[in-house]
Ligand binder design. Structure first.
Ligand SMILES: NC(=O)c1ccc[n+]([C@@H]2O[C@H](COP(=O)([O-])OP(=O)(O)OC[C@H]3O[C@@H](n4cnc5c(N)ncnc54)[C@H](O)[C@@H]3O)[C@@H](O)[C@H]2O)c1
Length: 319
């Protein structure tokens, strides 16, 4: 199949593109190399993709490309391109979030409608739920995002649902729960924690560390995403994609101390606006319809990410 992966130079997009090529598909990537984190890291993500038969990369903003050109020969789209990150989504930055998260989604949906696109899988987020004590979060739970980022992810998800209901488009949305593993974005907690431990620096921790997350290894997210492309019953649906266990940030730091053999120095900061206290996914629907079953334990996944940071420390320090 010919598949367009948006955000292909990013953390999850590059891994998804690699896996699709391994499975024998052809992948067109599009990425505008936003400056949220250094281009050199995204170029590193692309090392296994560039030059491979079956892969081509369009360097452009999705909104700047004519729909006919973007979707020429494309049978399915996985829309991962976005401005990620909860904490920076307030204030003037909101324009960046609406552009990259909302307008890109509408542009792709309009293009897909016009050109009869076969299917589109949208990367949504657990942040659509907001701060709730009603755990685990189910697809039917109320969605009250507590960050502007979450608002844009939920709005884009609604657009996918609207184009399904009104125009019969084959869309599905996957609510990823805190994704981690090799290539994790440098603004994300595990990446920052591991670097601080390896470099003897200080971990800046927002809150008391008692907050918990359902952490999901990147290859598990990729497997769920590929299943959503190829499962006809996914049409018009929303799915949680979590890692299978809820762990506190303090527990993660203790695990990383063990993996690195170093003791963490922690500076506690105020809880950031937009952060939720806990997340936990009910993945029953993804299990039933997509056959989703997370394969990588937190201990295995953290070890893999630690190894990646170790291997890339020089590059990370230079950029
Ligand atoms: N990483 C997580 O924990 C997590 C959790 C929930 C949801 N998600 C979602 O998964 C997706 C991928 O996240 P990630 O962590 O890999 O982020 P990432 O920042 O590494 O990748 C996103 C890529 O999209 C590109 N991009 C942004 N706007 C674009 C535009 N207008 N046109 C073309 N390219 C553009 C960026 O340059 C970047 O390379 C996002 O939609 C994010 O909201 C991620």
């Amino acid at each position: 199949m010919n598949i367009l992966v948006t955000g292909a130079a990013g953390f999850i997009g590059s891994r998804l593109a690699e896996r699709l090529l391994e499975l024998g598909h052809r992948v067109r990537g599009i990425d505008s190399f936003t400056d949220y984190y250094p281009r050199a890291l995204k170029e590193g993500n692309l090392l296994g993709l560039r030059g491979q038969g079956g892969f081509d990369l369009v360097e452009a903003d999705i909104l700047s490309v004519e729909p006919g050109v973007l979707l020429d020969g494309v049978e399915a789209v996985v829309h991962l391109a976005a401005q990620a990150g909860v904490r920076r989504s307030w204030g003037d930055n909101f324009a960046i979030y609406t552009h990259n998260n909302l307008l890109t989604t509408q542009h792709l949906l309009e293009a897909g409608k016009k050109l009869g696109l076969g299917r589109m899988v949208y990367a949504s987020s657990s942040s659509v739920y907001g701060d709730t004590q009603d755990l685990p979060m189910r697809e039917t739970s109320a969605c009250w995002p507590v960050s502007p980022y979450g608002v844009t992810k939920l709005a884009a998800e609604h657009l996918c649902g609207l184009y399904h209901r009104n125009f019969g488009m084959n869309t599905a949305s996957l609510r990823y729960f805190t994704v981690y593993g090799p290539r994790q974005r440098p603004d994300m907690a595990f990446h920052r924690f591991i670097r601080a431990l390896l470099e003897g620096g200080t971990i800046r921790l927002f809150g008391d560390g008692g907050q918990s997350r359902d952490f999901t290894f990147v290859d598990d997210v990729v497997a769920a995403t590929i299943a959503a492309i190829f499962t006809p019953e996914a049409k018009g649906q929303v799915f949680n994609v979590g890692g299978g266990s809820r762990v506190s940030v303090n527990q993660v730091i203790a695990m990383l101390e063990e993996i690195t053999g170093r003791e963490a120095k922690v500076e506690r900061l105020e809880v950031a606006k937009g952060d939720v206290r806990d997340t936990e996914a009910d993945c029953g629907k993804a299990r039933e319809i997509l056959g989703y079953a997370p394969q990588v334990s937190l201990a295995q996944g953290l070890a893999a990410e630690e190894q990646w940071v170790r291997d890339h420390l020089k590059l990370l320090q230079e950029v």
